[in-house]
Structure formats: C-alpha cells, structure tokens
Design a protein around this ligand. Sequence first.
Ligand SMILES: [Zn+2]
Length: 449
Amino acid sequence: MPMIRYFTDHAWLGGAQADADVLIEVAGERISAIRTGVERPPDATHLPGLTLPGMANSHSHAFHRALRGRTHRSGGTFWTWREDMYTVAAVLTPDSYYALALATYAEMALAGITCVGEFHYLHHGPGGVPHAGANVVGEALLAAARDAGIRITLLDACYLSGGIGEQLQGPQLRFGDGDAAAWADRVSALTDDDHVRIGAAIHSVRAVQADQLTTVTQWAQERQAPLHFHLSEQRAENEACLAAHGCTPAQLIGDHGGLGPLSTAVHATHLTSRDIGLLGESATTICMCPTTERDLADGIGPARTLADGGAPLSLGSDSNAVIDLFEETRAVELDERLASERRGHWGAAELLRAATSDGHRSLGWPEAGSLTVGALADFVTVGLGSVRLAGAEPATLLESLVFAAGAADVQDVVVGGRRVVARGHHLLVDDVAGDLTSAIRAVLPWPAC
Ligand SMILES: [Zn+2]
C-alpha cells in the first residue's frame, strides 16, 4: 500500500493546545502514524500552518445556496423566507441541482469541510410526479459530493405534509412520498460506499404526521443509520404541536423512538426544561446552525445547557447563506455571551470537537474527524499568514482559529489521503466561483436589463 507523508508546522491532535512540527503518515485512506516534534523529512509534503481534522458540516440544504443575498434585501420572517426558498425548489431539475450542488460542495471543500450532511427533501419532479429513477435527485447529490472531493451523508427526509393537518401544495408536492412506508421503500434502494453514508431524516413534526414517525425511526434503528430532524426552530412549530398533540416536538419524537445517540436534533432553539432533559438523557446530538438561525431570526438555542445535560454539539451551515464553520463555532460562544451577558461558556477545543469529531459521528462517520492513528486521513490546514491570523502565538493557536479565522484561511485539504485543495485552489473544480455563478443563474435567471 503506497504511503504518503505530510509534515505540518502545527497540528491539533485533540488536546487543549496544538502540537508543533508534526509528521502525519497516510497508508491508503487512513492515518498510519503521527509523530510530533520531528524535523521535516525531505520526502514529506509540507502543509504550512495549523492542521486540524477535516470539518463536518452536519446540516446543509445545498440548493439554498442560490438564495444567498437574494433573501437578504428585505425583512420578513422565517415563513416569508420559506416562500422564497420554494421558488428555487420549484424549478430545479436533477441536472441543474447537480451543477449547483457540485459548486456548493466545492465551496465547502475550500472552507475546510470534508464531509457534508445533506438534509435532502427535494425528491420528485414538479407536481410530485416521480422521476424515472426514484432517487435520481439524491444520486445527483451523491455524485456532486464525490466530484467535489468530499464525503457525504445523505439524510433523506420524509416530508409528507405542508404543516400539521395540512396537505402538501405547490412546490411542496415535490417533497412528498405519500406515506412513510413509500419513503422507506425508496430510500432503501440507496447504499453506502467509501464516500457515502445514507441516513434518515424527519423533516419536522410539521411535515410528518405522528402516525408516520415510527416507520422512519425504525428504518434508521434497523440500519444503525443516523436520524436527523429539525426541532423547535420556531415558536409557531411548538404551538402547533402542542395544539395538535398536547406535547412538544421533542416529546413527540421521543415518544416515537426518535431520540438517542444516533439521532441529531437540528436547531433545538425553543425548548422546555423537560425537552432539554429528554435530549440530554438520550445523548441526542444537537446541531446548531448559528449563521442561519441569526439570518432567519430564529432565536438562540440553549447549547451549553444541552451539552452539560449530555447532548453533544455539532454544527451546520444549513441555508448556506454563509459557508464558514469557524464562524459557526465562534457564534455558539458569542451568541451565548449576548444572551447571558457573561463570557467563557465554551473552550476553543470543545468548539473544534463539535466541528470535527462530534460532527462526523452525528453523520455516521465515527472513523473520521480526528487526527489519530487508524482514522480516515481527512485533514485541513489553515495558513497562519493572513492579516486575520498574523501574530498568532503557538500557545493560543486554537483560540486564534476559533475567534479570528475565516474560511478563506483554509489552504490545504486532504480527504482519504488525497489532496483536494492545495494552497487555496480546488484541484478538482477549477473555477468554483464561476461555477456557482452559472449554476445559480440557471435556476434564478437575473432580470433582463
Ligand atoms: Zn435545515
């Protein structure tokens, strides 16, 4: 098996500080040795800067990338934003979605994301008419991730109703499988491979009727697959759930077997103390998406209280209005400061664990997300020469990374031992910005002038 050696000036191996002068040996797709404090061997590829495990973006809707800027010129609410989102959902084809997802995942790779959790619900053609291949859209997303050089967990979402007690209508018809049994039949045809995991998703308690929930949770349990669901992002969802079922969304999903260590609750913004107890005691992971939660005026979820109660944290770019996991990490701490008027809720290493090992575990990749022998050789090097990071000192490199770095500081990305990004340039997708522009114009034509 061919061996590749990478030498990096600093590496975060999981502790409170980075180590210096680190040699990482890779055999096949995995890390075979790590040595610290060594001289740079002449045959090793030099990764200048600070190397950390590849980051996991635990919650993405790739097509929302087309809305960046377009939904920011006026006010409104989560619900008016959702109408804008439906305009893109209405026009995507498998081909145009492939092009948009490829460019979006390439942007993620440039930002140091080596694995994406794609929460996918745009399953069918206009009017809900099935495509010739039932999973043709999901397969386009798997191909897009492969071609962008990153891993993907396709979280195939069951989405059956337009709200509690409401039929799907308009563009929502494309999301629906009819019932959870038909959803399960369709998803069961998808399979894992070296860069793919298949997981389940309940879009939300708004979108899956209570009597359909167990079919989805059992499908995931039988396969030991990840199960993700949007949870209590908006107060209106809680109120509708209480009115219809007499309990909160967390209780409803818990009563149907949806909480546990393979489950991830996305947002978890508006929770009761009982909800927090249920999520923590079941070790359900929480996926916070702070840049999206800010953008949609959702509120600030109780991340620290949840983590203290046993619910690990992961992070997602969700609407992809921003693709920068450093921004997501610091937002968890900084938002909590604003809410509590107190500093110091999260350490830098804890936030980096959310972006790396805990994120990967939530996506069904426990063998990725750490710089350890035997782990998948997925890692990212942040250059320390930009104006943002100039002057960073070795003892506080992790703090510099979390509180000052941006996606543009990512210089090198290795996935499965293979270099995908070198010196800030994507090696598989030559013109990511140009491809994003043309993919977005294809689905949202600019007004003729
Ligand atoms: Zn979402």
